[in-house]
Design a protein around this ligand. Structure first.
Ligand code: C5P
Length: 400
């Protein structure tokens, strides 16, 4: 955890088109009372000049390992000891690979080995380079030895491809790092539900919805970064989560409720991100339903349990944050759910907008409580999750 005094941040820039975003990142840290020094690799200087970073940081940029002048001013070991935090943003596939080998033949590599500071990596590369097995194995290894990986995010790339590989936006990198430092929810247990539920009609057919689970997974990750113990109860999704999150995979609303209920007694906060199917078949056929000559088939449905409102009634001393997706009169519907379900917060988004919500990586939400309303501009679900977890932790602090 950082002290109240000015903290020392070493920003390392490597060869990527995203290098221009490092200027904003440096600015954000400086604005928030960090002393920032910059290390640039040879390749990074093809994208942005040391002079730019010198002007922003107010210090000469560190470029070479074997430079007697620079070593006299502040040598690589001194720099390594000076840093409270090291952030490599953008971090290229090449640098990721070099770090896994522990190479020390340039300044960045030597500092990385010599420093005991907490280290963050914000990858930036083409989507195929990112998904390549070698890069994924390298990332897994760096993560296993304690590096924190921020991003990358999904979107259009300089090469014209569209996928995961873009460096996360500076604000997301900054907020993620601050959340790891503040550890504001340490000692808290948080339960998050995510994804759709699946209600079987017969062995091969089911009722479900398009929920991707992204918002719930982002909430679970943000809560874990802030120090909470997190249980993530998820319906069927194709997402993975960090190893420190306890993940429980379920299919139906009833299973989701049972898992949540059995974890609630020593929990502090419940975050309901799951898009629970509203109805389930009264009877799930044991055998596959056969086609007949009839043009119609009636399947009798019954209402599913409302997980969050049942838990809010059963555990009135816990805090509850629900999510809702509306297509019209967002505020009115959100507030009525807040009251009807007995929640402390409801996070509402307008799914009539096609660029946010369900399967998107972006969202734009309003958060309502009994007596407040806060709007969060369109941002990645990861950044929004961090902002929402910050909201929960501020509320938690004001209760003590
Ligand atoms: O679907 P609805 O808009 O009512 O969802 C609002 C909130 O209620 C969400 O947090 C969702 O996870 C929760 N919910 C639930 N069980 C249901 C339906 C919704 O926990 N059966």
């Amino acid at each position: 955890m950082l002290d109240k005094k000015k903290s020392n941040l070493l920003l390392c820039i490597t060869g990527s088109i995203a290098a221009y975003k490092s200027v904003d990142l440096a600015r954000l840290f400086i604005k928030n009372n960090f002393d920032v020094r910059v290390v640039m690799t040879e390749a990074s200087k093809e994208f942005i000049t040391p002079l730019t970073l010198q002007a922003i940081s107010g210090h000469q940029v560190h470029e070479n390992l074997l430079d007697t002048e620079a070593e006299r001013a502040m040598g690589h070991i001194e720099l390594a000891k000076w840093a409270d935090l090291i952030v490599i943003a953008p971090c290229s596939a090449e640098t990721i690979s070099r770090l896994t080998q522990g190479r020390a033949d340039d300044l960045l590599g030597a500092i990385f080995l010599a420093s005991e500071a907490q280290k963050f990596i914000a990858p930036a590369m083409n989507m195929n380079m990112w998904s390549n097995q070698t890069t994924q194995q390298n990332i897994e290894y760096l993560s296993s030895i304690g590096m924190d990986i921020v991003g990358p995010s999904k979107g259009e790339q300089a090469c014209g491809d569209n996928g995961y590989g873009r460096m996360s936006e500076p604000e997301e990198i900054y907020e993620t790092i601050m959340l790891t430092q503040n550890k504001s929810l340490i000692g808290k247990k948080i339960i998050v539900t995510a994804g759709p539920t699946r209600e079987q009609i017969d062995p091969v057919r089911f009722i479900s919805n398009n929920s991707s689970g992204k918002m719930g997974f982002a909430m679970a990750e943000a809560a874990a970064i802030s120090g909470a113990e997190v249980i993530l109860i998820t319906g069927p999704v194709s997402l993975s989560c960090s190893p420190q999150i306890q993940r429980l995979d379920v299919q139906t609303a009833d299973e989701m409720y049972r898992e949540a209920q059995s974890s609630m007694s020593d929990a502090d906060i419940f975050i309901g991100c799951a898009a629970v199917a509203d109805f389930k078949p009264v009877h799930a056929n044991i055998q596959k339903i056969k086609k007949t000559d009839e043009d119609r088939l009636n399947i009798e449905l019954q209402k599913n349990i409302d997980i969050i409102s049942s838990l809010a009634r059963e555990f009135p001393d816990k805090r509850f944050m629900g999510f809702c997706a509306e297509t019209e009169r967002v505020e009115e519907h959100a507030k009525s759910k807040l009251i009807k379900k007995g929640l402390d917060f409801i996070v509402a988004n307008d799914v009539s907008k096609s660029d946010i919500g369900f399967d998107s990586d972006y969202n734009e939400v309003s958060v309502f409580t009994d007596n407040s309303h806060q709007f969060f501009h369109k941002a990645s679900k990861n950044l929004l999750a961090i902002q929402l977890v910050n909201l929960l932790s501020k509320e938690n602090q004001s209760l003590h």
